[in-house]
Ligand binder design. Structure first.
Ligand code: FEO
Ligand code: CA
Ligand code: CA
Ligand code: CA
Length: 670
């Protein structure tokens, strides 16, 4: 129990918003749909799991009784898809990358982005300065090559999400605020927070082996939570439930919030996913027609002071404002004057990401997770086809198509269920009067369709080389004991698992699929009993709490982790893991990079030649620092657990983008 956040289970969630979320008894999905645990349990018998565990333990014993590590190290030495030497596990004040690689900080919170932006001055920050500087808590990273349409790997536009803010390490003299009154928060601090949310687009170039920003590039752009105008497109545009006193049209929203993961479309636009939007709202919606529906989305969450100073974040005044967040937003980074669009056809939920792939028939498919305990996996299939020869023809491709939600069957099959107004239960009798209602209330539609309740779906990544799709399920410690059986052995799943989907006919538009578990994360020798990992044996190919992932251009899967403060159980900080998906080593990982204490690893992104890997180091110094030997307290601006990356007494820790290259210029992971 974290005394700063009453009721929160810090070990499960990393970001502040998620920590508050954890204080609820369960996720907001009270439907009776079976959980993925039910299905997994039905699919694999306990005997199989035990046999697998005994097998590992027996091999380990044969290897000399030194735990699992020698077994995996020996196997890794014998082959696999990756050639690097795994880094040592651990937690300390800086970051680490595999031998033979370099990891360079490319851009940090507060660095100037747009022309004329002031230098970062953390003691005298203003909203106006922040709106021109790199935002906080970088998450998704996308790379759009320059020249446009090329596959350049040394010049391009880096598209960066800024998910949320951490006031205790951003602002002097504040500490973590009590959410009952946010006594230290002022209008100016709130406006800095709004300006630190959203996205950055920066032109970057590699010269003489070193990456750097192109200063004052006309492409450089900030999109914020507080001032950027964003259009609403698709079925919900202009709907009454999106109208507010500030926007009677229901078609123009100020800002994008809690931008978590995302995607880059085949036509070079940037999709940014609005995740825990509920946390920014406070107040009482009692008696409002939206009250019950707000609750299904966990709103108002009351995690920020914004409602104190901005009526639109107070649901007692503007309940419809909540409906204007929770969307996928499309931004054209190649046109810095373009207005971003919320693409409502892709549904409204706590969007983790929006990874795209072109199906054999030319349609574009976007895979999406809804990051909440017991919520769903979705995909969207465009009605039209991608036109590689005419960029403008793809401009509004995301406004028409079919949104599907996944049902995982006990026999290893599954079905994508269409969320279409008038079909099945999505009718006026059940509260759906149009496709606008279906997309605004996508979660409620999924409930009625019988979608499978999952263990917090994060990134969902298609592999265009194999036709497979990988679903990161980060954890769900709220799975009750009576939901547990043999195949999903962790009643309170602290370490998560990854599912591999094979679409029927290797066609990403298919409505049927097969699935299996690629890996149950965490060391199986201890995960079932919930014991702490033994650092002496943790270098064994197992990792915990997958969140983001990327498939490189060779078709290899890379995972990044978000353990929250559970790193104290795993014996290592979060990081990047190379994960085998084929052969004898299938499901085993190898740690390539790790972050400083209290940080989370986000945004893995490769250039087309696989020789550059961009990663986002998020919320440095904030998580679980009480468990760090010798520190043993929460970080503050004045007293953080680390001052990475600057290590200057006058600089707080700064979330930063890091670029990883091989010293010999070779392929990452080769
Ligand atoms: Fe923002 Fe689901 O991580
Ligand atoms: Ca995430
Ligand atoms: Ca991804
Ligand atoms: Ca995360």
């Amino acid at each position: 129990m974290d005394p700063i956040r009453p009721g929160a289970e810090a070990a499960e969630y990393s970001c502040r918003a998620e920590a508050y979320e954890a204080s609820e008894d369960v996720g907001s999905n009270a439907s009776a749909n079976p959980t993925i645990g039910d299905v997994v349990n039905a699919r694999f018998g306990r005997r199989d799991v035990l046999r697998g565990m005994l097998g590992v333990a027996a091999v380990s014993a044969l290897a000399g009784g030194a735990g699992l590590a020698p077994t995996f190290r020996q196997a890794l030495a014998a082959g696999g898809s990756f050639g690097f030497t795994e880094i040592e596990h651990g937690v300390d004040e800086t970051h680490h990358v595999a031998p033979g690689y370099r990891a360079d900080v490319l851009i940090r919170w507060g660095d100037p982005v747009v022309e004329g932006a002031p230098a970062f001055d953390p003691l005298n920050q203003t909203a106006a300065a922040q709106a021109q500087q790199f935002g906080y808590n970088n998450d998704f990273l996308g790379f759009v090559p320059l020249p446009a349409g090329s596959d350049s790997s040394d010049h391009g536009l880096l598209c960066v999400n800024h998910e949320y803010t951490s006031e205790e390490v951003m602002f002097p003299g504040l500490g973590r605020q009590d959410k009952a009154d946010f006594a230290g928060m002022t209008r100016e601090l709130v406006d800095i927070e709004l300006a630190a949310h959203g996205a950055s687009i920066v032109e970057i170039r590699r010269q003489d082996g070193a990456w750097a920003l192109v200063p004052d590039s006309s492409y450089n752009r900030r999109i914020t939570g507080g001032t950027t105008e964003i259009a609403v497109a698709g079925p919900a545009a202009g709907h009454d439930r999106l109208k507010t006193s500030a926007d009677p049209s229901g078609k123009l929203v100020i800002g994008t919030l809690n931008n978590c993961a995302g995607g880059i479309t085949p036509w070079g636009t940037y999709l940014t996913a609005e995740e825990n939007f509920n946390g920014y709202f406070w107040g009482e919606a009692a008696g409002h027609p939206e009250e019950a529906k707000l609750k299904r989305y966990g709103a108002p969450g009351g995690w920020y002071a914004w409602g104190k100073f901005h009526d639109r974040f107070d649901v007692s005044k503007e309940a419809n404002e909540v409906n204007r967040f929770g969307w996928i937003v499309e931004i054209d980074p190649l046109d810095p004057t373009s207005r971003p669009k919320k693409r409502t056809a892709l549904g409204r939920f706590k969007h983790e990401g929006g990874e795209t792939v072109v199906a054999p028939g030319g349609q574009v498919v976007i895979y999406m997770g809804d990051d909440e305990r017991f919520d769903y996996v979705y995909k969207f299939v465009t009605a039209g086809s991608f036109d590689p020869s005419d960029r403008a023809a793809n401009r509004d491709l995301l406004d028409e198509g079919t949104l599907f939600v996944a049902r995982f069957d006990e026999d290893g099959g599954g079905e994508w269920l269409p969320l279409v107004f008038g079909e099945g239960p999505l009718t006026p009798e059940n509260g759906f009067h149009s496709q606008a209602d279906v997309v605004i209330d996508a979660r409620l539609a999924g409930d009625l369709l019988g979608a499978t309740r999952m263990d917090r779906p994060e990134d969902v990544e298609p592999n265009p080389k194999t036709g497979k799709v990988y679903v990161m399920l980060t954890n769900n410690t709220k799975r009750a004991a009576d939901q547990v059986d043999a195949a999903n052995p962790r009643a309170e799943s602290a370490f998560g698992h990854i599912i591999e989907i094979a679409e029927a006919g290797s066609d990403f538009t298919a409505t049927r699929f097969a699935w299996e578990i690629l890996v149950k994360c965490g060391d199986p020798a201890v995960a079932e009993v919930g014991a702490a990992w033994n650092p002496a044996t943790s270098e064994n190919g197992w990792f915990a709490s997958p969140d983001n992932c990327a498939v490189d251009n060779r078709g290899r899967l890379w995972i990044t982790t978000d353990q929250g403060s559970a790193w104290s159980k795993s014996g290592t900080a979060d990081g990047v893991w190379a994960l085998e998906t084929e052969g004898a080593l299938r499901g085993t990982g190898r740690m390539f990079y790790r972050v400083p204490i209290g940080a989370e690893m986000c945004g893995p992104c490769f250039t087309a030649d696989d020789r550059n890997l961009f990663v986002a180091v998020q919320h440095v110094a904030t998580d679980g620092t009480k468990d760090y030997p010798g520190f043993e307290r929460d970080s503050t601006f004045e007293d953080p657990a680390t001052r990475w990356p600057d290590f200057r007494d006058d600089m707080p820790p700064r979330p930063s983008v890091v670029v990883i290259t091989k010293e010999d210029g070779g392929v990452i992971g080769s």
